[in-house]
Design a protein around this ligand. Structure first.
Ligand code: CO
Length: 174
């Protein structure tokens, strides 16, 4: 009888400790993983992009009401948008985007947000290819498989909002 109780206690102890031991192993693994040197680092906020249904009207608002200095409207056929950059001091810009062509990637966004809305933010990175590699290892999804040349003539990649706290995040090569 005593032996049986002893065995039961041993089993109970095993059941209690086995998961803990596993957790400790997992915790050790992740802390050693986080000690790996980072492949890239984030730089400054490059721009904040606002999707607008009527570019002319929005430019007028920024120029005449907010006294902002706006770039000319530029078509970006590779991205299915037209853009205007607004200088707001320093290097950071506000980017207005409006659909260009039938298959614009922001068409459905504007259907849901008819008066426009905050669409994405863009942060500089020092090495975008390494960033893509490291994000892949962390299972962060990107909207395209590889980088594309963005509105500033530099490689960019968009990260899936569901993997970035609900925000569409664009990374741009510094
Ligand atoms: Co952008």
């Amino acid at each position: 009888m005593g032996k049986l109780i002893h065995t039961q206690q041993c089993l109970k102890r095993l059941l209690i400790f086995a998961p803990c031991r596993q957790n400790r192993v997992v915790a050790r693994m992740s802390s050693s993983e986080s000690k790996l040197p980072p492949l890239f680092s984030l730089g400054k906020l490059n721009h904040v992009a606002i999707a607008v249904p009527d570019m002319e009207k929005s430019v007028k608002f920024y120029e005449e009401v907010l006294n902002a200095s706006c770039s000319p409207i530029e078509q970006q056929p590779n991205h299915g948008v037209s853009t205007v950059f607004i200088h707001v001091g320093g290097d950071t810009k506000v980017e207005l985007i409006t659909p260009l062509g039938e298959n614009s990637p922001i068409k459905s966004f504007l259907e849901k947000n008819q008066s426009g809305g905050l669409h994405h933010i863009c942060i500089d990175v020092d090495d975008i290819e390494k960033a893509v590699e490291q994000l892949g290892e962390h299972k962060v999804r990107t909207l395209t498989k590889t980088t594309k040349i963005g509105a500033h003539g530099k490689p960019v990649i968009f990260l899936h909002p569901n993997d970035c706290n609900g925000v569409l995040l664009e990374l741009q090569q510094k």
